[in-house]
Unconditional design. Structure first.
Length: 263
């Protein structure tokens, strides 16, 4: 089974507690381990990193709680299929979320072209067909495993000075640096893998995928970024935080001032 190279020695002079150092090392190991394969025992980890069994148990239990490992009485600790969690929030800091999960995002730019808008680009950006747009396709991977295909389109005049290097970073945040963005609309649905997903994501025909469609608009209401991402359903999940307001409740399409009036 493959093991990612990890410097075993923990830095006891570092201000970072040994527990957190160990967690980062274990995340790196798990990311490079065969799925459904037996992982290191607590005793092996303690010996390898020169740290107490108590600290090892706490770190491993944390990864079990996060769904990365599974303990089975009598047979050891096993690596579970890894799901990346993307938290949909106003900041949309997807790249840093992957980094924090111990799986830095790798991006391969498959397409970066300025083209006349076809039917799909025109519909996504709410423009007339034939208007110049920038079309971008990227493949996102983690630990050498392809996770998502991103297709994006942007008005060509908005990103006239962009180069392929821009496609390697967050398109949303780079746009945000250029102009105020005020609204984002996201749609999430289940689908089945077709030829594109078979080729780029390494899944079988008809395998489940998760499709996220997006549109972002600037302060003038113009859509300046649109597209969709297709994720492997076995490797991705979404979580959404929704601030609740009792003074703005939509029941049956009617905005009501508070719960009391609905009783």
């Amino acid at each position: 089974m493959p093991r990612r190279a990890v410097t075993d020695l923990l830095d006891r002079d570092s201000p970072m507690p040994l527990f957190f150092q160990l967690r980062q090392r274990l995340l790196a190991l798990v990311a490079g381990w065969d799925v459904n394969a037996r992982f290191l025992t607590d005793a092996e980890i303690a010996s390898r990193f020169g740290i107490s069994r108590t600290t090892v148990r706490q770190a491993v239990d944390g990864l079990v709680h996060e769904g990365l490992l599974r303990r089975a009485r009598g047979s050891g600790t096993w690596v579970l299929p890894r799901r990346l969690e993307e938290k949909l929030s106003p900041g949309m800091n997807i790249r840093s979320q992957w980094q924090d999960a111990g799986l830095p995002m790798q991006i391969s730019v498959l397409k970066f072209e300025r083209i006349p808008a076809g039917a799909w680009e025109a519909d996504m950006l709410r423009i007339e067909p034939g208007v110049d747009v920038l079309s971008v396709r990227r493949l996102r991977s983690a630990a050498g495993v392809s996770v998502a295909i991103d297709d994006r389109c942007l008005p060509a005049d908005v990103v006239a000075d962009w180069t392929p290097a821009h496609a390697e970073g967050s398109l949303l945040h780079q746009l945000w640096e250029q102009q105020p963005l005020t609204d984002g609309n996201l749609e999430i649905e289940a689908a089945l893998a077709g030829p594109d997903e078979i080729r780029h994501l390494g899944v079988s025909a008809g395998a489940p995928v998760v499709v996220r469609t997006l549109r972002y608009a600037n302060a003038a209401g113009r859509i300046v970024l649109a597209g969709r991402s297709v994720h492997r359903a076995d490797l991705m999940r979404y979580s959404i935080h929704i601030p609740l307001r009792r003074d703005a409740i939509d029941i049956g399409g009617v905005l009501t001032p508070n719960l009391k009036e609905q009783r």
